[in-house]
Design a protein around this ligand. Structure first.
Ligand SMILES: [Zn+2]
Length: 69
């Protein structure tokens, strides 16, 4: 899945926190279940850090899979 947006979508939405059940999280995970690097998604450093934490939490509660099959 290609994400062409260059601007941080969380800044656009004015979201200061990213929760693990945020449906946008899936957009930041590639086919292999890895977190897409910020340079591809345009996510700013602050939100990328929060995103990382949210994704880890989401995996731990089973909301996202660690790897896609
Ligand atoms: Zn941001």
């Amino acid at each position: 899945m290609l994400i062409k947006k260059k601007r941080c979508i969380f800044c656009q939405k004015k979201e200061k926190t990213i929760s693990f059940d945020n449906p946008d999280l899936r957009r930041f995970i590639n086919e292999k279940g890895k977190i897409t690097p910020a340079r591809y998604t345009g996510t700013c450093a602050t939100h990328q850090r929060k995103l990382k934490r949210a994704i880890k939490l989401a995996r731990n509660v089973g909301f996202l899979s660690f790897t896609s099959r």
